[in-house]
Design a protein. Structure first.
Lengths: 199, 244
């Protein structure tokens, strides 16, 4: 059974070692720039499935996956203000499975840069990596997505995709025909978009 | 109830409907028939003020001018629309959509009453009770989407129902269920119904009071249910000859 933990990043450079199955219930980010390395030991399952409110952060979270690790990162993120967030996953050994799924929304007219990267090291076998980033955009709200895959192994499965969507006229019209105002319709669609990540 | 006079509808610079005249009163069932592309769906969407459509003319509902009203206001006046292909809204559950719509109408419903009524309506419409927790129309068959939309309608209690090919995607049994629900709803509320359909079985079960044929961007003929047999026998070409 997996232990529930919080990830609290307080230092500029933080190293966290995970040696048993863990389910993350909370993330805390510092106001200053940061770089956080999370080392996943052999056979560990790391799960994080939640809705995050992120405001004014500038940092990198780097996962190092060992043998037969499982990483399940499913996040709905509401960004406020300017942010720069990078999430990297390095699969350095064999037989690991990594799924990073993010649904992101920028609350205001600032810009967020979201970088995601999967690295599958040379001479490794049977690693699986999936990265799916979906962004819901409104008029002047901006999220710049930079997905990246570096696959140096001949025996790996790696996929990534980024989808950018906005509120469509037909979606809003559909909600309006139920008597729901434009503003409320956008609110519900946005919440649904973020929460669908958690299902 | 609904009065449309001299309505012209355009999309961009293209005229899609011209000189539409229509009157629908309570307790009536109107069916709109016509060849593909005649503008039937556009008429329904224009009544609900679809943003892509520009209108000129007169549309009143229960004496109120709704020509330039916004869609959500028109819906709250009591007009309900089921599209030919209902939208899927990912992440938004049926329960949330319906309860929000009720709240926007100032008719909020507590969760216990809601659940009870949902189960009741689901049973009447013969849809699984777990639809309450499903995302709106997501991963549902065409027929299930239509029934899901009807279930929402039962909560919102409209005075005028616009149905665009409600029969598409419905199996034979489902057509009977839908017709029964609509007839019973009308019996209880004296609502008006306008549907676009060419499905003989559904039309037989609903027994429309008024039939309108749309061709060449306008309503070219009005009649009663005998007109349906004429159309089903002879097709629309017979009527287009009259236009030449």
């Amino acid at each position: 059974m997996s232990k529930e933990e919080e990830i609290i990043i307080s230092k500029t450079h933080e190293n966290i070692y995970i040696n048993k199955d863990v389910t993350i219930t909370k993330w805390v980010f510092p106001k200053h720039s940061f770089s956080c390395n999370i080392f996943l030991d052999d056979n560990v399952c790391f799960t994080s499935k939640q809705l995050l409110n992120i405001a004014g952060i500038n940092g990198t979270i780097q996962f190092y996956s060992n043998k037969k690790t499982t990483l399940k990162l499913q996040l709905g993120i509401i960004f406020k203000g300017k942010n720069c967030l990078e999430i990297r996953n390095i699969l350095a050994k064999n037989n690991s499975n990594s799924v990073i799924k993010i649904h992101a929304w920028q609350e205001d007219e600032e810009e967020t840069i979201l970088k995601t990267e999967g690295v599958i090291a040379e001479n490794t076998k049977a690693n699986n990596f999936l990265e799916e980033i979906k962004v819901l955009n409104d008029k002047n709200h901006k999220i710049t997505c930079i997905p990246n895959l570096v696959v140096s192994s001949n025996e790996a499965s790696a996929n990534h995709n980024v989808t950018i969507k906005t509120f469509t006229e037909e979606e809003i019209f559909f909600m309006n025909t139920k008597g729901i105002s434009q503003k409320k319709a956008q609110e519900i669609i946005k919440e649904g978009f973020l929460n669908s990540m958690l299902q | 109830m609904l009065q449309i006079k001299n309505l012209t509808v355009s999309s961009g610079s293209k005229k899609i409907l011209e000189n539409i005249e229509l009157e629908i009163n309570e307790n009536e069932i109107h069916v709109l028939m016509g060849p593909n592309g005649a503008g039937k769906s556009t008429l329904c969407k224009s009544i609900l003020a679809h943003p892509s459509l520009k209108k000129e003319g007169i549309i009143t509902f229960n004496g109120k001018d709704i020509l330039n009203e916004k869609t959500d206001k028109i819906a709250k006046e009591g007009i309900y629309y089921i599209a030919q292909s209902p939208m899927e809204i990912e992440g938004v559950k049926n329960t949330e959509l319906i309860r929000t719509a009720l709240k926007e109408k100032n008719e909020p419903m507590d969760i216990f009453t809601f659940n009870k009524e949902y189960k009741n309506y689901a049973e009447i419409l013969k849809i699984p009770k777990d639809f309450i927790h499903r995302e709106v129309n997501v991963n549902m068959s065409g027929g299930e989407k239509k029934k899901n939309e009807l279930l929402t309608m039962l909560f919102l209690k409209p005075k005028l129902i616009l149905l665009d090919e409600i029969d598409s995607g419905l199996d034979v049994d489902a057509v009977k269920v839908v017709a029964k629900v609509l007839k019973e709803y009308q019996r209880q509320t004296k609502c008006a119904i306008m549907l676009i359909s060419h499905q003989e079985m559904l039309l037989k079960l609903l027994e429309p009071t008024h039939v309108h044929i749309m061709m060449n961007k306008t309503i070219i003929k009005n009649g009663h249910k005998e007109l349906i047999n004429e159309i089903l026998e002879k097709g629309f070409a017979e009527f287009s000859r009259d236009l030449l």
